[in-house]
Structure formats: C-alpha cells, structure tokens
Design a protein around this ligand. Structure first.
Ligand code: BTN
Length: 350
C-alpha cells in the first residue's frame, strides 16, 4: 500500500493518551547547570552550590557526579569548589526561562535528556490540562515523528526538538496557519545563522541550498467549531556533521551549510521569541500578516513550478498563492483548473 501523503492540516492524534509521563530533567540538575554555566569563569564553593540548588553541603558531590554522567565536564578543586570546563550546549530550562522573560514560554518549560517524542509528551500534558504556552524540549528523541507518518531523525544534542502547546481560540479550519507561522518563526531564527536566506517549501519545510533542514508537525484535538489544543512540534537540524546516507541528498543541517557549529540555545531563544511575535499578530489580526510574510519569504508562494503528489494522483502545475486559511493553490498543467492543496507532497518540478 502506498504511504498516505502528508497533510497540510494538523492531524488529530489518536484517542487521549493515558500513559504516565516520563520524568523531566531534575530541577537540581537544571539549577546546578545554570549556576555553573552562568559563572563559568570562577570556582564556586560547595557551600554556595548547596544553597543555590537546595541540597545539603554533603550532597553536592552526588549532584555534580550526576551532571558529569550526562556528559558535562565539571572540574573539582579540593577545598575550593567546582567550575565548569566547557559550557555545554544544553537547552537548560532555568537559563532559557531567564532569557524568555516576557514571553508566555518562560513559565512552563519541560526538559528531557531523552524522550520518545516531544509531541507525544506535549499531547499527554495537554490532556492533563497543561496551559497554553508550555513547551517541551528534548536533547534526544527515540521516536521523533515527521509528517505523513514518517520518522524524524533526532540525534542527541545535534538538533532542536521542541513542541509548543497552544490553546488558541480558533476553529480547526484555521489551524494550518499555526503551522505556517511556526515555519516563519523557524525561518527567521535560522536566517541569522545562514549566509543565504532559507526558503520555505509550503507548508513548512525549511530549505537551504534546496535541501531540508527543518520541519514542523502540528497535531491537535478539536471539535468542528473549536480547537481544544494544538501541539506544534518543530525540528531543526543544527549541528549534525553529516546526515544519514539515505537522507544526504535531500536533508542538511545548519552546520553542513555553514561549516561551523551553532548555539542551539541561542537559536531556540530566537525561534520562540519570533513565534511569540507571529502568534500574537495572528491572534490580533488573523491570517493576513502571516500570508503576507509567507509571500515575502517563500519562493513557493506564487509562480513556482511544482509536482503535487496526493493520495490519489500526481500532477504538475504552477503555484498561485495561498487561500485565507493557508491552503496552497496550484494551477494545473492539464487544464483542469486551480486546485486547493489540502494534503499532499509538494516538490519543485524541474
Ligand atoms: C516534518 O516531517 O517535516 C516534520 C518534522 C517535525 C519534527 C519535530 S521534532 C520535535 C517534534 N517532536 C516530534 O516527534 N516531531 C516534531
């Protein structure tokens, strides 16, 4: 059976998932890492560490060892204290929270060193009543989900694996705009790392040099007239030195494109701030600012030769803008008029 092509519309997850949540990163690990990273040039005494992270002086060594077991290099200085040898690029919640102050994302950051999928965790949190603006982050995903039932390769600490939980006051028909605005935010954040502006292949594949380096998977629970919640999962290939052989022709990372490593923390902060800006504009003004911005930055908006593959057919045509709910219009080559693409794969037709 051919695989069902991905849909532009957010997919409805399978029935509420009652499984218990995996354990998030311990807040003492979070606090210790933040303390050491924010004071990386000095030795911090055991007494100060104990006070700051809320453990006894006696337990400090245990927590430093737990941090070391996660791959963080901490040097001990007898009778003096500890200092971090190299600040790791870990998406430390406390540090992120300081930097995201003023956005809704500063308050509820769920961080995991390893998880199946940040979207799956976010869906469970949503079912348990977690509020709008919560984010789920992972250093590694063991079952990262891509569009169309595909998987998303999620190598440890190489990419950004982030899911945003939203409870937007919109009907489900407008939900594809959430995916579009997430793509715009990721595009703007990544543009600062690249020499050449990235492209967006509708609805939300980010391309550099024609190869994909980021994608978005939105899942939601909705009734016909309102969205209960949507989880917007964003995956960005950041520091992968090379892609798996089977993906190398079509996928890339920021590091491959620029020949240098990038800070995932800084990129994520820019992404979430940009998302906040687009999302607020969307809630205040509706689709027009999102569609206008998409037209500015995506070569797929209008006049692009494309091949569309849906569940039932494959045809070529030329893109002819987006409709108000973010659906792509394509003027068919076979004379059968202009088609609204709700679900399907879009590829450049060369
Ligand atoms: C695509 O196929 O283009 C969408 C990829 C989405 C991947 C991200 S990584 C974070 C979040 N968790 C998942 O399991 N998937 C999304």
């Amino acid at each position: 059976m051919p695989k069902k092509p991905p849909s532009a519309a957010p997919r409805q997850p399978s029935p509420p998932q009652r499984a218990s949540l995996p354990a998030a990163t311990d807040r003492r690990i979070d606090a210790l890492l933040t303390l050491l990273a924010e004071n990386s040039t000095i030795i911090i005494s055991g007494t100060k560490i104990a006070k700051e992270i809320g453990v006894t002086r006696h337990q400090v060594r245990h927590w430093v060892d737990r941090l070391r077991a996660l791959g963080v290099r901490v040097k001990g200085h007898p009778h003096e204290g500890y200092h971090i040898e190299r600040v790791p690029d870990i998406l430390v919640p406390q540090m992120l929270s300081h930097r995201l102050y003023g956005t809704p994302f500063a308050r509820r950051i769920h961080h995991f060193f390893k998880v199946d999928s940040t979207n799956t965790v976010a869906l469970r949190l949503a079912e348990q009543g977690e509020p709008d603006g919560a984010i789920v982050l992972a250093e590694e995903q063991t079952a990262g989900k891509g569009r169309g039932g595909r998987s998303w390769v999620s190598e440890k600490s190489a990419g950004i694996f982030c899911t945003i939980l939203l409870r937007p006051p919109i009907p489900p028909a407008h939900a594809p705009l959430l995916t579009l605005l997430a793509g715009l935010a990721a595009r703007d954040a990544a543009a600062e790392e690249l020499d050449i502006a990235p492209d967006i292949r509708w609805p939300n594949d980010l391309l550099a040099g024609g190869r994909k380096f980021a994608g978005i998977l939105t899942e939601m629970r909705a009734e016909p007239d309102r969205v209960h919640y949507a989880v917007v999962g964003i995956g960005i290939n950041v520091n992968q030195a090379k892609m798996p052989a089977e993906l190398a022709g079509t996928a890339t990372s920021l590091r491959i494109e620029t020949d240098k490593a990038h800070s995932r923390l800084e990129l994520l902060i820019r992404l979430l701030r940009a998302f906040d800006g687009y999302y607020n504009r969307f809630l205040e003004q509706g689709a027009p600012p999102i569609l206008r911005r998409f037209a500015e930055v995506s070569s797929y908006f209008e006049g692009k030769r494309v091949r569309i593959t849906t569940a039932s057919e494959s045809f070529t045509g030329t893109t002819a803008g987006l409709d108000p709910s973010g659906v792509l219009r394509v003027a068919r080559d076979d004379g059968r008029g202009t088609e609204a693409i709700l679900s399907g794969d879009v590829a450049e037709d060369s």
